[in-house]
Write a protein that binds this ligand. Structure first.
Ligand code: SF4
Length: 288
C-alpha cells in the first residue's frame, strides 16, 4: 500500500506506521530500511517507528509486567493448552493508537472530539476479506484499499511487489512467535543460525512461563513452549509432523487445521486483522 500510494496509484498517505516489537527478524528491519529509502522518502511519506518496548526482553525481565505471548502449554495432566495472547494489543495496537492520538493533537488521556479521526489503511487482500475489521475506536476509521480500490488477491500483491523489485518481501512477525508453522521455524534454522540460537535460547528460558509471573509467585502449573509439539524448540519435529503433534492438534479448540502446522496461523498477528482474541476493548488498547 505504501508503494501504491507513493506511485500515485492510491491516494497519497500522510504517514506510514511501523509498530516494532523489538524482536523482528533482521530481514524485516533490512526490508524496512529499503522501503524507507527507496519508496517512502522519495515520495515524502514519513515512516513513523512506534514501540511499547522489546517483547523478548520484557518476557525475561522479572521487573517488567508482561503482556503474554500465545505460548503452547503442556499441563501437568499432559493436556495441551495455550496462554492468552495479549502481545498484539500491547506491542502493536497500543503504540499505534498512541501515535495516532498524538498526530491528531489529542494525546492520551485527552478526549477526542466527535468527528475527529484518521483514516487508517489496513493491507488485507481479497482472499482474506474476512480479516477486514472496523477499528474499535471512533478516532480511527479503517479502510482496506487492496480490496475496495484495487480488488487485489495475495497473488496480485506478490506480482506487484516483484514488478517493483520487492519480490523478497519478508513476513513480519516476532522471531520467536509461537504462531510460526514448521516452514517458518525451518527457514530460521536453515538460513539464520544466529537467530535460530536466539529462539532456542528464548524457548528454554520461558519453560516455566515469563519471568515476571515466576518472580511474583504466579508460576505456570505446566510448561510453556514456542513450538506446537510442546517439545523444546531445538529438538522439536520441525521437519515432519509427529503422531503426538497430531493428537495435540485434535485436542486444541482454536479451530486450526493441519495447514497451520506447516504454514503457521493463517491470520497471524496483524493489528485489526487477527483472530479476534486481542484484549483491545478499552480506548487505549491497554492489555489487561
Ligand atoms: S508476532 Fe506473535 S509474539 Fe509477536 S506480537 Fe504478534 S502474536 Fe505476539
Amino acid at each position: 500500500m505504501l508503494a501504491l500510494s507513493a506511485e500515485g496509484i492510491l491516494p497519497r498517505v500522510d504517514y506510514a506506521i511501523f509498530a516494532d516489537t523489538g524482536w523482528e527478524p533482521q530481514a524485516v528491519y533490512t526490508h524496512l530500511d529499503r522501503l524507507e529509502n527507496e519508496i517512502a522518502k522519495p515520495a515524502g511519506i514519513p515512516i513513523l517507528d512506534v514501540s511499547s518496548g522489546n517483547i523478548r526482553d520484557d518476557a525475561l525481565d522479572p521487573e517488567h509486567r508482561f503482556a503474554s505471548m500465545p505460548l503452547h502449554i503442556l499441563n501437568k495432566d499432559g493436556r495441551p493448552g495455550m496462554t492468552r495472547r495479549q502481545c498484539t494489543g500491547e506491542y502493536k495496537i497500543k503504540p499505534i493508537k498512541k501515535q495516532v492520538r498524538e498526530l491528531l493533537g489529542y494525546p492520551y488521556p485527552a478526549r477526542i472530539p466527535k468527528g475527529v479521526f484518521v483514516e487508517q489503511w489496513v493491507g488485507i487482500s481479497t482472499d482474506e476479506f474476512h480479516r477486514a475489521k472496523d477499528s474499535d475506536v471512533k478516532y480511527m476509521w479503517n479502510r482496506h484499499p487492496l480490496i475496495t480500490d484495487m480488488d487485489w488477491s495475495r497473488a496480485d500483491c506478490i506480482r506487484y511487489l516483484a514488478s517493483i523489485g520487492l519480490a523478497e518481501t519478508p513476513k513480519s512477525s516476532c522471531l520467536g512467535c509461537p504462531f510460526h508453522g514448521n516452514a517458518q521455524w525451518r527457514a530460521i534454522r536453515d538460513h539464520s543460525p544466529e537467530e535460530w540460537a536466539d529462539v532456542v535460547e528464548f524457548d528454554a528460558a520461558i519453560r516455566e512461563g515469563n519471568a515476571r509471573a515466576k518472580a511474583t509467585g504466579n508460576k505456570l502449573l505446566g510448561q510453556a513452549f514456542l513450538h506446537r509439539s510442546r517439545v523444546p524448540l531445538g529438538e522439536a519435529p520441525i521437519d515432519h509432523v509427529t503422531a503426538a503433534e497430531w493428537a495435540a492438534l485434535q485436542e486444541e479448540t482454536d479451530g486450526l487445521d493441519a495447514v497451520a502446522l506447516e504454514e503457521g496461523v493463517a491470520d497471524g498477528c496483524s493489528p485489526w486483522a487477527c483472530r479476534g482474541s486481542d484484549p483491545v476493548g478499552d480506548d487505549f488498547g491497554l492489555a489487561a
